[in-house]
Ligand binder design. Structure first.
Ligand code: XMP
Length: 309
């Protein structure tokens, strides 16, 4: 049955107001669809009693923090935290993918808790949607609290928890969020840390960021994005020989990964136009001098995962 989006918004606003009263609410806004829609919805209900914290961990795509800031700064009570140095320092020397996730997760909570304390919030708003809890537990807990490591306790509100992704997108569109947010491709929480293989440095992140921006520009120009679940560039930890002018050059090997999927449980690499791929490859090596070789991932999930780490 189709959801009545207007009615949902009206009721959600009423429920948030009734629950929160005059207390303060905080959300970790990632710029992804779910947290963006939850933020704008709650802001409609309680205005500046909501503080949306966007943590720039330095592992974002090119211009991402700026774009998210531009989208939200005049719409909601938005706060950008630049924590790049803190995250990069914490990741120094860490090469194991799961360890990277752990370090980033802990650091994120630390930064967020610091901000939550400053805000005086007693509620945590989350963009949880139906598949998140159906897949993870199967039980419905409508009232639960979260105690952060330093002892700060927050009551949780999850206004989107009965919705599926397409419904969340409808709500977002109705609330006036731009298509760039509502139809954004999924981006992992640990960001580019799982796409820069091995040790993370600012330089390597920058190389990955530039190559990804080139791929993105061309994918969008060709209109291929509508048919793809995710598309990105992976910076491997391998250096390979290339040639520049009449000199041998030694640079990075990158991998283009472009997949179709419905739910990320399985994924496949579709037929891709060769002229497009050649063009992207040339643009990457011409514009990112540290890269000497571009390759294409042909593996479906399974047996591969979508991300490389
Ligand atoms: P894999 O690589 O497991 O990815 O096939 C499936 C989907 O999940 C995303 N992904 C993550 N998302 N934190 C996230 O928030 C993570 O650590 C993480 N790892 C993978 C991935 O981008 C894909 O959409």
């Amino acid at each position: 049955m189709m959801m009545d989006t207007e009615k949902f918004i009206e009721e959600a606003i009423k429920n948030i107001r009734e629950e929160v009263k005059d207390e303060k609410v905080i959300i970790a806004l990632s710029g992804g669809v779910d947290s963006s829609v939850a933020s704008v919805l709650a802001s409609e209900a309680i205005g500046d009693q909501l503080e949306a914290i966007f943590v720039d961990h330095g592992l974002l795509r090119k211009n991402e923090a700026k774009e998210v800031e531009e989208t939200f700064k005049d719409k909601i009570n938005f706060k950008l935290i630049n924590a790049e140095d803190e995250f990069i320092k914490a990741l120094d020397g860490i090469t194991d993918p799961e360890k990277k996730r752990e370090v980033i997760g802990h650091k994120f909570i630390e930064v967020f808790e610091r901000e939550a304390r400053k805000s005086g919030a007693t509620y945590l708003l989350q963009g949880t949607i139906a598949p998140d809890w159906i897949e993870s537990k199967g039980n419905i807990k409508s009232h639960h609290n979260l105690t952060l490591p330093q002892g700060l306790e927050l009551k949780i509100i999850e206004p989107l928890r009965e919705l599926y992704k397409d419904e969340v997108r409808e709500v977002g569109t109705q609330l006036g969020l731009p298509a760039s947010i509502v139809h954004r491709q999924p981006f992992p929480g640990p960001g580019l840390a799982v796409r820069v293989l091995g040790n993370i440095t600012k330089d390597k992140l920058e190389i990955c960021r530039e190559a990804t921006a080139i791929l993105t520009e061309h994918v969008e120009k060709e209109g291929l994005d509508e048919d793809l679940w995710q598309y990105f560039v992976v910076l491997t930890d391998s250096k390979v020989t290339g040639v520049k002018g009449d000199q041998r050059d030694f640079g990075y090997l990158v991998v283009i990964r472009m997949v179709q999927s419905f739910d990320a449980m399985t994924a496949n690499v579709p037929d891709l136009p060769w002229p497009f791929l050649h063009k992207v490859s040339q643009e990457i090596t011409a514009n990112v001098p540290e890269i000497t070789h571009v390759s294409l991932s042909l593996s479906n999930k399974p047996p591969s995962t979508i991300e490389f780490e």
